[in-house]
Write a new protein. Structure first.
Length: 134
């Protein structure tokens, strides 16, 4: 079904123009996994978005740094923070913020430590997500 394939390849939590700046390359692709998870990849780099519905989002934020240093950021939403650098596993960074009762988390794993420019693009990606308008 071509319509279903197009929908699965177009994540409402990604701004494709910003995403392609973060993930340049001819092998760019993106997928949607239901209404709360998307992935995009190119050239060995990956961006994920996960949305966690919770009754206590502040507690989830407090208890889930996962070996990363936290840095408050002004955008894209309430209690926004960048988690970077992170110990163990593949080098990555996470941008998290609260949207009502949902914890929004954008992760970037470029196969090396993310650059400052990439961290700014991760924030821009979250700010420009079409689903933020709904």
């Amino acid at each position: 079904d071509p319509a279903a394939l197009a929908a699965a390849a177009n994540c409402p939590w990604f701004s494709t123009d910003v995403l392609k700046k973060l993930l340049p390359g001819k092998d760019f692709s993106q997928q949607t996994f239901g209404s709360n998870s998307c992935m995009a990849q190119a050239g060995g780099s990956v961006v994920l978005v996960s949305i966690i519905e919770t009754n206590n989002p502040d507690q989830v934020m407090e208890n889930s740094a996962g070996g990363c240093k936290r840095e408050a950021v002004a955008e894209p939403g309430h209690a926004a923070e960048m988690l970077w650098p992170c110990e163990g596993g593949r080098p990555h960074a996470k941008l998290r913020y609260l949207r009502g009762t949902r914890l929004m988390e954008y992760s970037l794993a470029p196969g090396r430590e993310p650059t400052a420019a990439e961290l700014k693009l991760l924030i821009e990606l979250a700010k420009k997500a079409p689903a933020r308008a709904s």
